[in-house]
Design a protein around this ligand. Structure first.
Ligand code: E4P
Length: 226
């Protein structure tokens, strides 16, 4: 399973990238708002992320609500840099826009997916990535991981050749809140998990690792001083 980082914060992306295990970035309007960025700077900020990522896929989300608006946003975003993927919410207009963008060779990440049927519709509309949300489903006392398992099983039953520019659909486990979500997604064979920086750090840290490093350092000092 590949790791994407779910943030629009340049410092977080740079830090995660420096670890050598980052495969992409996902952003959304809320994550951009969190950076304090202005509307006028939105596209230049996304371009900075795309440059920083050096070819890794960066999802940039449309805020338009019509097919025309989504397609217009999608074509503009994807022309900013070749590694920009257009994020489109699943709805009637989103599906239509996805098909039009896919037909023009634009990669689409269909977001806000909460059911296997939505995922199947997205893949048929030419989505390159499908993003089922785990945490927000858990938030309403539903089982986000069980829903993710259904998406994996349903999409895995079919060949998506010819449906989009790369003839493959990758599932991005989104709305990931805990390292356990990450482990469960990997156990299901999910292609990608997009993880906030805080959760990514929690995935890395283990108290026994910290204790082990401290012990090795202390013992090595003894060797040096012997
Ligand atoms: C997915 O690409 C979304 O940006 C994201 O995972 C949403 O997560 P949240 O539910 O923590 O806002």
């Amino acid at each position: 399973m590949k790791f994407f980082i779910d943030t629009a914060d340049l410092a977080e992306i740079a830090e995660a990238k420096s670890w050598g295990c980052l495969a992409g970035v996902t952003t959304n309007p809320s994550l951009y708002a969190k950076t304090g960025g202005k509307l006028a700077d939105f596209e230049s900020h996304m371009l900075k992320i795309a440059d920083l990522c050096e070819g890794l896929p960066v999802s940039v989300e449309t805020t338009a609500s019509t097919v025309e608006g989504m397609v217009e946003d999608g074509l503009r975003f994807s022309s900013l840099a070749p590694n920009i993927v257009v994020k489109v919410p699943i709805c009637e207009a989103g599906l239509a826009a996805c098909r039009m963008l896919a037909d023009k060779g634009v990669r689409v990440n269909m977001t806000l997916v909460f059911s296997a049927t939505q995922a199947l519709l997205a893949a048929n509309a030419g989505a390159r990535y499908v993003s089922p949300f785990i945490g927000r489903f858990d938030d309403i006392a539903e089982d986000g991981i069980a829903q993710l398992a259904d998406v994996v099983a349903c999409l895995g039953n079919y060949d998506w050749s010819g449906k989009n520019v790369d003839s493959r659909v990758e599932i991005i486990a989104a709305s990931v809140r805990t390292p356990l979500h990450v482990t469960k997604a990997a156990l299901l064979g999910v292609d990608i998990a997009t993880v906030p920086f805080k959760t990514l750090s929690k995935c890395l840290k283990h108290p026994l690792t910290d204790r082990g490093i401290a012990l090795f350092e202390a013992d090595w000092k003894k060797v040096e001083q012997a």
